[in-house]
Design a binder for this molecule. Structure first.
Ligand SMILES: *Cc1c(COP(=O)(O)O)cnc(C)c1O
Length: 332
């Protein structure tokens, strides 16, 4: 694949660690669990959007943009990281926040919402669930154009084929690390939301014939539409990257059993997973994405989805700032 043909900014100095989760593996009675620490990526407090933004912001700069416009939920990690990238590049940033849960926006809220202000967001527009977010961002871009400015619009989660190249690159990095340490990776588990992460990993791992089974744990959508979305994006991403063969439906598996009552709403499995990772490994997950993805991973272990000696990698996509907006449900 031809990743070097794309302009890229660098926001992380080195590969993120691939670490064994020895204590958690022992607690659960196997398999061998590993963690890919993308929570340690660069930009303010890290997380998976940083890899996508390396490609998206490079494109924005090449197109002469002076402002990044993007969208997310009221505690969006993607919005925090897009804003941080804008600050790093000397760009302005405007956010369109979707109230996916009615009345969930509170200007004084902690977590990522607090960081939007601290990082100096230029303007925030709050819209109700179901709003056409691309149309809303286009409005913001048009308003800026009217003032002689130039906006670059990034879709929710940075999940278009260009952004998903960040996770093709992560897949390559992971396989290189596995090779260096003589590790055969059997399975990878990741959160699956706007989809760029899951789709990029699928494109990257199938494109290199890595033979790693991939499970995406949905944090919002039901299984069928999420699988359809991931397959479409994975194929478009593989095509953009110049892959010789495109992923097929067999390469895309989504489980939707861990969403609970809805996006961002706490579940018992999430609470257990956040506490298990914190207390056995000293690793902070988040309540909206990695907590639910880890609940899926733990349940898969318990129902025997993996062989006892298999090596299973959990992709930690970040998000810990959101913990501070969920203190009430996570305090014993
Ligand atoms: C956005 C996000 C995800 C989901 O990634 P997508 O590429 O949107 O599917 C997972 N974890 C965290 C912490 C996120 O912020």
């Amino acid at each position: 694949m031809r990743l070097t043909e794309f302009p890229r900014r660098r926001y992380t100095a080195a590969p993120t660690p691939l670490e064994p989760l020895a204590r958690l593996s022992a607690h659960l009675g196997g398999p061998n669990l590993w963690i890919k620490r993308d929570d340690l990526l660069g930009l303010a407090a890290g997380g998976n959007k940083t890899r996508k933004l390396e490609f998206l912001v490079a494109d924005a700069l090449e197109k002469g943009a002076d402002t990044l416009v993007t969208t997310g939920a009221v505690q969006s990690n993607h919005c925090r990281l897009t804003l941080a990238a804008a600050v790093r590049e000397g760009l302005a940033c405007r956010l369109v926040l979707e109230e996916r849960v009615a009345n969930s926006y509170s200007p004084g809220a902690s977590g990522n919402n607090f960081l939007f202000g601290l990082l100096g967001v230029e303007a925030v527009t709050v819209v109700p669930a179901g709003t056409d977010l691309m149309a809303e961002m286009t409005k913001v871009a048009a308003e800026l154009a009217g003032q002689g400015r130039s906006a670059y619009v990034i879709p929710g989660g940075g999940s278009n084929p260009l952004g998903a190249l960040g996770y093709v690159s992560c897949a390559q990095e992971l396989m290189q690390q596995a090779f260096e340490s003589g590790l055969r990776i059997d399975h990878l588990v990741t959160a699956s939301g706007s989809g760029g992460t899951h789709a990029g990993v699928v494109a990257g791992l199938t494109g290199t014939g890595a033979g790693v089974a991939i499970t995406g744990i949905s944090v919002r959508a039901p299984k069928a539409p999420q699988e359809e979305k991931i397959l479409g994006l994975a194929r478009a991403t593989a095509e953009l990257a110049g892959a010789r063969s495109l992923p097929t439906a067999d390469d895309v598996v989504v489980l939707d059993d861990y969403v609970g009552a809805g996006y961002s709403l706490p579940t018992d499995g999430m609470i257990e997973a956040v506490k298990l990772f914190a207390r056995h490994e000293g690793v902070l997950l988040d309540p909206v994405y990695t907590g639910k993805a880890a609940a899926g991973l733990i349940d898969m272990v318990r129902r025997g989805a993996f062989g006892r000696l298999e090596n299973v990698v959990f992709l930690h996509t970040g998000g810990s700032p959101a913990l501070y907006a969920y203190q009430d449900v996570l305090t014993d």
